[in-house]
Ligand binder design. Structure first.
Ligand code: ZN
Length: 364
């Protein structure tokens, strides 16, 4: 039964009714709950309920859609999109999957969270209109924090905790356009890095991006990897819209990863036209920024090959049109993998980001 079971009583992940709990114990229990029983075989479509007491609804909750499909004891894969609400390719891909994927198709368990930051996704915004929170900078979250922090905590403690693998579908959103890419960061020397890279290569995007490990950033896939969930992310185009070309790559990629992990039959794997090209962005020299407020004139396009010192664009000030524009120059050799979309810029806005070929022999 895939109908919404809104009338059923829901349960907390760890029921406060089952055993007396100290205040300390209760402080680390998520406030979010769902009627879905993750141990049940079959297909369950329902909501995570986030208690949200506001003027117009004193006992209300935010309904975050969730689908759990289980068949036997195979691996668990968490598929997530809408972590940033204005990134749409993943939300379309996972909505279609919620409609088409059935228990008989799979071996194991697929947990699908298409609108992870539900308030942001509903508003078509990167961040939450409720608290301004950026979910993908909020992990591992807090059980008693803001709405966004509570969502992060639930995903980390209840969903990642159950998942052997996770795929977090992002794209450039409203302000960026990306060449469709798989993305993974972290320590190249670990055994799990090779397995994560194999997952990302199975996804089969035109590019697979590798970032070096940095300080903790609150990113979901980083938090998952710290908890032994093998994870990677994507950047599937963007510009605040959906293109058929990027959507095809995204839909094929999700099925390919499920087939790679043995959750779908091997016959579901569809080889991409060209193997993914491994690229890296080793440091901040691969990122170009607007030096001041104004109107940005780019002089290169996505995919262009550029060199350090080459002109990237100009920042004009049409409010003082007789003033000469300031120049933005690239600081590394590479090719353009990401560009800014809105024309108006402020100092500190990223206008381009480059990639350079990655040598897989570096992973030893
Ligand atoms: Zn994103």
């Amino acid at each position: 039964d895939t109908s919404v079971r809104a009338s059923l009583p829901w349960r907390w992940p760890r029921s406060v009714m089952e055993a007396p709990m100290s205040l300390e114990e209760r402080r680390v229990v998520t406030r979010l709950s769902t009627p879905i029983d993750f141990d049940d075989d079959g297909k369950q479509c329902d909501f995570i309920r986030l208690p949200h007491s506001v003027h117009r609804s004193a006992y209300g909750y935010l309904p975050i859609p969730l689908v759990c499909i289980k068949n036997g004891d195979g691996p668990t894969v968490l598929l997530m999109s809408g972590n940033h609400g204005d990134e749409y390719e993943g939300q379309v891909t996972l909505s279609k999957l919620c409609q088409t994927l059935e228990p008989a198709d799979i071996n194991g368990r697929v947990i699908i969270l298409p609108m992870a930051n539900y308030p942001a996704a509903l508003a078509g915004l990167r961040t939450s209109p409720i608290d301004g929170g950026n979910l993908n900078r909020s992990f591992p979250g807090q059980p008693d924090g803001t709405v966004t922090q509570q969502i992060a905590y639930y995903i980390q403690s209840e969903l990642m905790e159950r998942a052997d693998y996770m795929l977090d579908l992002h794209s450039g959103g409203s302000s960026l356009d990306y060449v469709p890419s798989a993305i993974l960061g972290g320590d190249l020397a670990t055994e799990t890095f090779a397995r994560r890279l194999a997952m990302a290569e199975a996804f089969g995007a035109p590019f697979t991006f590798i970032f070096p490990a940095g300080p903790p950033s609150g990113v979901a896939s980083e938090s998952a990897v710290e908890r032994s969930t093998l994870a990677f992310g994507t950047e599937m185009a963007g510009s605040g819209t959906v293109t058929p070309a990027a959507l095809r790559i995204c839909e094929r990629g999700v099925r390919n990863v499920l087939a790679h992990l043995g959750v779908l039959d091997q016959s579901a794997y569809e080889a991409p036209e060209t193997p993914t090209r491994l690229v890296r962005a080793s440091d901040m020299k691969f990122f170009s920024y607007a030096p001041e407020v104004g109107l940005f004139e780019p002089v290169v396009e996505l995919g262009d090959i550029v060199q350090a010192g080459q002109l990237a664009g100009r920042v004009h000030t049409p409010e003082t049109p007789w003033r000469a524009p300031s120049e933005v120059r690239f600081e590394a050799d590479g090719f353009v993998v990401c560009k800014r979309i809105p024309g108006r810029v402020e100092r500190g806005d990223c206008v381009f980001h480059l990639g350079a070929d990655f040598d897989p022999d570096a992973i030893q």
